[in-house]
Design a binder for this molecule. Structure first.
Ligand code: PLP
Length: 390
């Protein structure tokens, strides 16, 4: 077969490859602690599961509108309005199978060949992949450990050109756990007012914040019209496999994104959307309990990492990842990630899975029990103590 050249521009997500390698080792009888995958290890709360079962019994098994069920769009609009403190109407909401399609569809709808899109690096690998796929130029914005994993605002100013069409932000951030401060967002707002680019604000971890809150750029005066909020149910409600997410955007863009939905998915599963309404409008105690558990694990994992020879780790303010600096071990990120999996039975991701500026780091997910985290830390200690002199 002769494949289209555009396919050579499409990247992938290493997490799924590492998971497959770890599972292959397990099939050979090896014990592996999984810290590679970015999904909550909790079950979807019971009332949400029950709402889906009831929806199936009630006959929510047919096609629905491409942009989402009217009641679902309204529920999302109310939730985003309340959480971000901005007015949001249902026709600004498009419901999709997961948050990822919002990335794919909005970037396809906004980027022309020759346009530039600035994205965080290290960052979620799908940003660069989709920017390239759309034919635009990906422009990495380096996130810096010494800036609490924010970017240098002067550097952002230098990267903006007349061709800059989109700026991608992600806060709380995957993989670093960084949460953009009000000062950093103020600088983005200033730059956005001087130029005319759109902002794709990936807020998929918006509820997973441990100190203070993660503010949305959409809440800045005059910026809502140019900001696309991406959020969803995967992380907040432990619903990764359900595939349910949404975008909040200008109504003209929403129409394009709905048309891309018509061409691609037709609609998001209707019984899943009914479960989503139950998630938004039902009790939030399960979310709060999950965040508390993640906090306990984060504290233990980061303390343990800081006790390892050659490793230091900042306390992440949000999401459920730790992104330790491993330069003191003398290994590259890939060498250490491979060694940990093959020799110590700990599956982690190399920082380079999140872009070139991830060299010198690893990403570990807190989405495993405290007992498993302890085992992973013990194994990492053993692995490093024979390689790194204290
Ligand atoms: N954005 C970020 C930063 C993510 O880490 C993820 C998932 O890992 C997504 C978006 C997409 O999540 P989903 O498509 O499951 O809603």
């Amino acid at each position: 077969m002769d494949f289209a050249t555009r396919m050579s521009r499409l990247g992938t997500e290493t997490a799924f490859e590492v998971l497959a390698r770890a599972q292959a080792l397990e099939r050979k009888g090896r014990d592996v602690v999984h810290l590679e995958i970015g999904e909550p290890d909790f079950d979807t709360p019971k009332h949400i599961r029950e709402a889906a079962v009831a929806a199936l019994d009630e006959g929510w098994t047919h096609y629905g509108p491409s942009a989402g069920l009217a009641e679902m769009r309204e529920a999302v609009a109310q939730d985003v309005a309340r959480s971000r403190g901005i007015p949001v109407s249902a026709d600004e909401v498009v419901v999709t199978p997961g948050g990822k399609p919002i990335l794919f569809f909005t970037l396809l709808a906004l980027l022309d060949e020759g346009d530039e899109a600035i994205y965080p690096n290290p960052g979620f690998p799908i940003y660069e992949s989709v920017i390239r796929f759309a034919g635009a130029k990906p422009v990495p914005l380096r996130l810096r450990e010494e800036n609490h994993w924010a970017f240098d605002p002067d550097e952002l100013d230098r990267l903006i050109t007349t061709r800059t069409k989109v700026l991608v932000l992600n806060s709380p951030h995957n993989p670093t756990g960084g949460v953009l401060s009000t000062a950093a967002l103020d600088r983005v707002a200033q730059a956005a007012r001087r130029h005319s680019f759109s902002i794709l604000s990936d807020e998929i971890y918006s509820r997973l914040v441990y100190e203070g809150e993660a503010r949305s750029l959409a809440s800045y005066p005059g910026l809502k019209e140019r900001t696309i909020i991406l959020d969803g149910f995967s992380k907040t409600y432990a619903m990764t496999g359900w595939r349910l997410g949404y975008g909040v955007m200008d109504t003209a863009l929403a129409k394009h994104v709905a048309r891309l939905m018509t061409n691609c998915n037709s609609c998001t599963a209707t019984f899943v959307q009914r479960a989503g309404i139950a998630a938004l409008q039902g009790p939030q105690a399960p979310v709060e309990a999950m965040v508390e558990e993640f906090r306990v694990r984060r504290d233990r994992l980061v303390a343990g990492l800081n006790d390892l020879p050659g490793v230091r780790c900042r306390m992440p303010g949000g999401a459920f990842y730790a992104f330790p600096n491993i330069t003191g071990t003398g290994m590259t990120s890939q060498q250490m990630a491979d060694g940990l999996l093959d020799e110590a039975g700990v599956a982690v991701l190399s920082g380079t899975a999140f872009g070139s500026f991830g060299e010198g780091y690893l990403r570990l997910s807190c989405a495993n029990s405290l007992a498993k985290l302890e085992t992973a830390l013990e194994r990492m200690h053993e692995f490093l103590s024979v390689r790194v002199r204290a």
